[in-house]
Design a protein around this ligand. Structure first.
Ligand code: EPU
Length: 423
């Protein structure tokens, strides 16, 4: 299994081109199913999760061709005139839960489909009950059998009013994609407001959909009879940007994050980092993050956008391990997203957990150790801790990192930092 060796005591100083967002690209690729004549997506990050989604689309009969623009970005052309298969098989869905995003598009366009149930994962149970309830409200008949969701809407879906009891990102995306081709009007209340949802809605509108209110908690959709080819460039990855900002803080360095309006995309994170350890300066097409001279303890809780993103919790925790006091973290989204705590503890961190809360007591230094990545974001938190530690750290199970961080060692090298892959 591939590992990464991280040499301790390095300082980040440089410029990082931030890639397109994995969590925007995945629903956009699924949206290709809705088009009568294909979809061209630019700024797609070359990641293993993207390859998994392309494999799933190809299994359904979408022809995907990719052309690499550079190391950090590719263009994907999807040909979608007619599909040949309407089943998302377990073998693919088990690799990536976001595969559930084909459910809404397949059902609304073709009136039937089956999708393997995704099951849980390292960070939580990850139910999809709200995706299914929303589709039922739009007239779908749903059966759960043999580990699969069988969905049918013989005469098509109809518009509906649906209120999400909790905010769900992929749930909102699935219902949004289902509603664009439904008969009549749909209103989604307590919809998720993440920028990736706005990106999806903007692309769908370019394809001919009629969506309003994206980015607010009430999205209104007027169903249309068909969607068409467009070319769309994927939103920049705010989580990757936040991760490299933390790399600057934990190594007492500086980084220019290039490619987007990160103040708008990470409002609460930036506020908290200013309180903790970073100074931000606007630069052309990006933001500079500079170490402010100390790492102060902070308290934060993760919550849906625009609040502190759960996908930056593990990386921030690594930083707080080296703060000058006690920090409190409340993980409000995922019930089991503290798997990295045991690994950080092996490096000398002092963290205790009680339910959804972690208390991090800052220590003077961390020490390099062999550690194991437990999920995507946890994997980079260990790389960050390793960069600041005394001695070398070897991070095992790097396949987690490959799912969501494009060319990590190259981008770190762009910041003057060396890590090596060990095959
Ligand atoms: N939930 C339900 N029922 C549902 C759906 C969700 O109870 O039907 C609950 C979940 O159990 C969770 C909460 O709602 O407690 C939020 O889950 P959400 O559905 O928003 O998560 P997701 O859509 O499965 C996306 C990202 C995750 C990110 C979360 C939260 C994608 C492909 N994934 O997941 O990204 O953590 O939103 O922001 O967009 C990552 O990139 O590392 C990652 C895990």
């Amino acid at each position: 299994m591939e590992k990464i060796r991280v040499y301790g005591g390095q300082r980040v100083d440089g410029r990082v081109q931030i890639s397109g967002a994995k969590n925007a690209a995945l629903p956009l690729l699924a949206a290709a199913i809705l088009s009568e004549d294909g979809l061209t997506l630019k700024n797609i990050p070359p990641l293993s999760d993207i390859s998994t989604m392309m494999l799933l689309l190809e299994t359904l009969g979408v022809e995907c061709s990719r052309s690499d623009v550079d190391d950090y970005s590719m263009t994907v052309d999807c040909e979608t005139n007619s599909l040949s298969n309407f089943t998302a098989p377990y073998e693919i869905v088990k690799k990536m839960r976001a595969s559930i995003l084909v459910l809404g598009p397949l059902l609304t366009r073709y009136g039937h489909c089956s999708v393997s149930l995704p099951g849980g994962c390292a960070i939580g149970v990850r139910p999809i009950d709200l995706h299914l309830k929303g589709l039922e409200a739009m007239g779908a008949q749903i059966d759960l059998k043999d580990g699969y969701v069988y969905a049918e809407a013989k005469s098509g879906l109809h518009g509906a009013e649906f209120e999400f009891p909790v905010s769900t990102v992929t749930g909102t995306e699935n219902l949004l994609m289902a509603a664009v081709l439904a008969n009549g009007d749909t209103v989604l209340r307590n919809a998720a407001r993440e920028p990736e949802i706005v990106d999806l809605a903007n692309c769908l509108n370019k394809m001919g959909a009629r969506i309003e209110g994206q980015g607010t908690s009430e999205i209104r959709i007027v169903g249309v009879s068909g969607l068409h080819h467009t070319e769309y460039s994927v939103l920049v990855d705010r989580i990757e940007a936040g991760t490299y900002a933390i790399a600057a803080a934990i190594t007492k360095g500086q980084v220019d994050l290039i490619g987007g309006d990160f103040r708008k995309l990470l409002p609460t994170f930036i506020e908290k980092m200013e309180e903790c350890s970073l100074i931000f300066e606007d630069i052309p097409n990006g933001l500079r993050a500079k170490y402010a001279g100390e790492i102060r303890p902070i308290d934060f809780q993760t919550a849906p956008f625009p609040n502190f993103p759960t996908d930056l919790q593990a990386q921030t925790m690594a930083l707080l391990c080296l703060s000058s006091g006690r920090s409190l973290i409340d993980e409000k989204i995922w019930e089991n997203r503290f798997m990295h705590v045991a690994e950080l503890s092996r490096m000398g961190a002092k963290i205790s957990i009680s339910g959804s809360r972690a208390t991090v007591e800052g220590v003077d230094h961390l020490v390099g150790a062999p550690v194991m990545a437990t999920d995507l974001r946890a994997s980079f938190s260990l790389v960050l801790a390793g960069l600041a530690a005394q001695g070398d750290t070897v991070v095992d199970r790097v396949y987690h990192l490959n799912r969501g961080y494009c060319c990590a060692e190259k981008k770190l090298a762009d910041c003057g930092v060396r890590v090596d892959r060990i095959k």
